[in-house]
Design a protein around this ligand. Structure first.
Ligand SMILES: Cc1ncc(COP(=O)(O)O)c(C=O)c1O
Length: 471
């Protein structure tokens, strides 16, 4: 085994043992986080003694009842590595494909199987095996969640039935009377969830411009528990300084949650910037093929991960095994897809900026935002992403521009291998009531795919003659 691999394996084994220890502490009710070295060593020895250096999952038994531990206090996810401090020598492209999705499968298949089962037979009526019921845990889902946790450097990641289910789970960390501060430019579905669901359940929702740290600092109150943002924001592509927001949030004991759907982990890892919760609509870049819906929540702190795991099980929002399989497959090409689409995006943005009928182009690249916003974006990610928004000054021109395009298919969503276009006001953000919507009505949002960029550039020229004359 090469040195890099060996270190990686040691890292994973160490993280597994750490997780198992954590579980064992919970189970014996001591919850010792005192930092007492000899107590920790003793526990480590105990865990090593029971599970060995390399965990054999088939041998794991969890007591169904212990004297001091309630069923719901046990983590609902199986023992898995904590990737919060994870580092290895592999580049992001390699990390997308170098991953053993099923080390515990007795046949060791080279690809993660779909464990299409709702239940798992238990060792006895008084013991649990590693899995009992697919809502609570399923090996295909664990594989996806582990791979995502590794890519995002999370203590744990959780897969949900949609991006909205993932976002909903973040809001469920709040209780009546708590406040959430939310970026004023945000995905329409999240706006609807916050204003028409959370607010009705007694959570105070306050919108603030998270690109303006002074405004955020002023908006924080003793009730504030979460700051939630997107960077770039959907659809106006505004950039927030995630490092500074995290510092500010933590000064006030507030969690920072980031919907990083536009910035998949191959180009941005917000947990490394101090963010506490990263959410993805996996429907976009994790799938990459517009063939399944899913959501992800990635968590930095193991205690918080425990709560998210509890909610995923209690509310029954987890992703089904077949979809997990599709996302595992999508991840393998994520780096390639995103990088190719980003190259195209830069070309498309340049062409749009020169287009006589286009007023303003918004994207985190040259000419798409202020130099300060670009500096911040480049300091927290390694690419511009694949989304561009622009205005034309005329709603009807924007419509005809989109309708005339053959390659940019008119559809909501983004992050697919093929290029897409939409008008946020009437499509992705239509759920925001018109009187609350601050988006320009002529705004067009493009999702750039992996086609040959020459075809895309030609396609964008297509609408010009007809639209130009009749507008
Ligand atoms: C930024 C962002 N977050 C979350 C979602 C919701 O994801 P889903 O459609 O998978 O529920 C979307 C959907 O378009 C989105 O654009």
């Amino acid at each position: 085994m090469a040195k890099g691999q060996l270190e990686f394996q040691e890292e994973v084994d160490a993280a597994r043992i750490e997780n198992a220890m954590w579980r064992s502490w919970k189970a014996d009710g001591s919850g010792d986080h005192s930092g007492d070295h000899s107590a920790k060593t003793e526990k480590l020895e105990r865990v090593r003694g029971s599970i060995g250096d390399s965990i054999d999952f088939s041998q794991i038994r969890y007591p169904q009842e212990t004297r001091r531990c309630r069923y719901d206090d046990l983590p609902t996810f199986p023992v898995r590595p904590n990737f919060a401090g994870f580092e290895n020598a592999l580049q992001p492209a390699s990390q997308c494909v170098v991953f053993d999705g099923c080390p515990e499968d007795p046949y060791h298949p080279s690809n993660t199987p779909i464990y299409q089962t709702s239940t798992f037979v238990q060792p006895s009526s008084s013991e649990f095996g590693p899995y009992d019921y697919t809502r609570s845990g399923n090996p295909t889902r664990t594989a996806l969640e582990k791979h995502v946790a590794m890519l995002e450097h999370a203590a744990a990641a959780f897969a949900f039935s949609s991006g909205m289910a993932a976002l909903h789970t973040v809001t469920r960390l709040l209780k009546q009377g708590d406040e959430i501060l939310v970026n004023e430019d945000i995905y329409g579905g999240m706006h609807r969830l916050l204003t028409q669901d959370c607010a009705h359940n007694g959570v105070q929702v306050t919108f603030v411009d998270t690109t303006n740290l002074t405004a955020v600092a002023k908006a924080i109150t003793p009730k504030t528990k979460i700051i939630h943002t997107e960077s770039p924001s959907n659809p106006r592509m505004k950039i927030s300084d995630l490092r500074k927001l995290a510092t500010l949030a933590h000064q006030h004991k507030v969690l920072l949650s980031v919907d990083s759907t536009m910035m998949p982990p191959v180009i941005c890892q917000p947990l490394l910037l101090g963010v506490d919760l990263v959410v993805h609509s996996a429907t976009k870049f994790f799938s990459g093929h517009a063939d399944c819906t899913g959501g992800l929540v990635c968590v930095r702190d193991p205690e918080l991960a425990h709560r998210v795991a509890f909610l995923q099980n209690a509310e029954g929002t987890a992703l089904a095994p077949f979809e997990c399989f599709l996302f595992l497959r999508g991840i393998k090409t994520m780096w390639l897809r995103v990088n190719r689409a980003q190259e195209n995006t830069v070309q498309i943005a340049k062409a749009l900026a020169k287009h006589p009928r286009i007023k303003e182009v918004f994207y985190p690249g040259p000419g798409g935002c202020s130099s300060e916003a670009l500096r911040i974006h480049n300091s927290q990610s390694s690419g511009c992403g694949c989304i561009i928004s622009f205005t034309t000054g005329s709603v009807s021109f924007s419509r005809r521009f989109l309708d005339a395009s053959r390659l940019f298919k008119t559809t909501v969503s983004f992050g697919s291998v093929n290029s897409l276009g939409e008008m946020p006001c009437t499509m992705s953000h239509a759920s925001i009531p018109a009187e609350e919507r601050t988006l320009p009505a002529d705004l067009v949002r493009l999702s750039v795919g992996i086609e040959d960029v020459r075809d895309l550039l030609q396609d964008l020229q297509r609408p010009c003659p007809c639209c130009w004359e009749s507008s």
